[in-house]
Design a protein around this ligand. Structure first.
Ligand code: F7E
Length: 335
């Protein structure tokens, strides 16, 4: 019998890659989606449009316990991947309350419903390198203390602790992935990688003239989302539940990202990138560098895309898609 997996956040970048991966492995894949998304499939379900006929989608909201409880009561899930979240760090400074509500209570509702209804269902929580924040050591491992620097980072630490506590208190199979930044051509336009590649493409195509950016000196350990979702699945196949850092183990500045992306279309970023203080954050995570040796050793996980290939792929796709962005891509790139 095919294993049954539930993915919250299936319409997002990671959810769409994970759904593809699980379908390829023969899973029956279910997704939790907001009712508004079902009403606007062309836009909100665009990342899963090509596989939608093979998925079972359940309308629900992470905002209330009964909504989650109902979905989990309907199907005997074997695995649950909890990816849904307000994931844009800058936005969490604008409205920390809604970020906390969704990210902390949403996680708690899912765990509590699994505890009530399906204690044998394995659970994955999408933890984040943002939890390390003002880093206490470099590189960061599973043992590095957390020091979050944003409401988003704080909410992820709470989700991490909830997940670990369900494991320790009730013996449930609950794992935390501590994923460093991971990107792809499916990334939202507000994140720095996609903002850079989509704007570089639009500049090259004569659709806009400059790119307004925040802190160019921030350093991130960027990988490809397609590689990172495979680690999520591997975590739930281990004999014991545990927590794992997933990263490339190399760090690059935002400036380097700009240089590479503009270079892909034969432009010099220095002619187009302008620093605009509106994009600075009240508290910045200046440098992240992950040590994923535990995952590489125990999960036998190995990334297949290099940083350069990632940037190249994103720019290529944006060159194809840019003429069709319309206002939406442009507006989102301004965040
Ligand atoms: O920023 C700097 C910004 O928004 C990266 C999320 O997936 O990864 C992501 O969080 C860096 C920051 O991602 C702009 O200040 C400069 O230092 O792409 P980002 P993030 O905040 O690192 C972690 C692992 C998650 O878990 C999150 O959910 O780039 N930066 N100028 C800028 N960032 C943006 N967005 N826009 C700028 O204009």
């Amino acid at each position: 019998m095919a294993k049954k997996a539930l993915i919250t956040g299936i319409t997002g970048q990671d959810g769409s890659y994970l759904a593809e991966h699980l379908l390829n492995l023969g899973y029956e894949v279910h997704g939790l989606v907001r009712r508004v998304a079902l009403e606007d499939p062309q836009r909100r379900l665009r990342r899963i449009g090509h596989i939608i006929d093979n998925l079972v989608l359940h309308p629900a909201t992470l905002e209330t316990y009964p909504s989650i409880f109902n979905v989990i009561s309907r199907v005997p899930f074997d695995e649950c991947y909890h990816l849904a979240a307000q994931s844009f760090v800058a936005e969490s400074f604008n409205d920390g309350f809604s970020t906390m509500n969704t990210n902390i209570n949403g996680t708690h509702y899912v765990l509590a419903a699994l505890y009530e209804l399906r204690r044998d269902c394995k659970f994955y929580f999408a933890g984040s390198s943002e939890m390390f924040g003002k880093v206490h050591e470099t590189p960061q491992t599973e043992n590095t203390p957390f020091h979050p620097r944003s409401p988003y980072g704080i909410s992820k630490v709470a989700g991490f602790d909830l997940t670990r506590n369900y494991r320790e208190a009730y013996g449930m199979f609950c794992c935390n992935g501590i994923l460093f930044n991971h990107e792809s051509p499916r990334r939202g336009y507000e994140f720095v990688s996609r903002k850079i590649t989509s704007t570089a493409a639009r500049i090259k195509l004569g659709m806009t003239e400059e790119l307004a950016m925040g802190n160019l000196d921030a350093q991130r350990d960027w990988g490809h989302a397609d590689d990172y979702v495979k680690a999520m699945h591997l975590m739930l196949q281990q004999p014991e539940p545990d927590d794992y850092v997933i990263s490339m183990g190399e760090t690059h500045t935002v400036r380097e990202f700009c240089e590479l992306a503009f270079g892909e279309v034969g432009l010099d970023y220095r002619d187009y990138v302008k620093v605009d203080e509106r994009f600075y954050r009240p508290a910045e995570v200046q440098v992240l560098l992950g040590d994923s040796s535990k995952a590489r050793r125990q999960l036998k996980w190995q990334p297949t895309h290099s940083f350069r290939d990632l940037v190249k792929e994103m720019v290529q796709i944006d060159m194809e898609e840019a003429p069709h962005y319309g206002r939406r891509g442009e507006d989102q790139g301004k965040r």
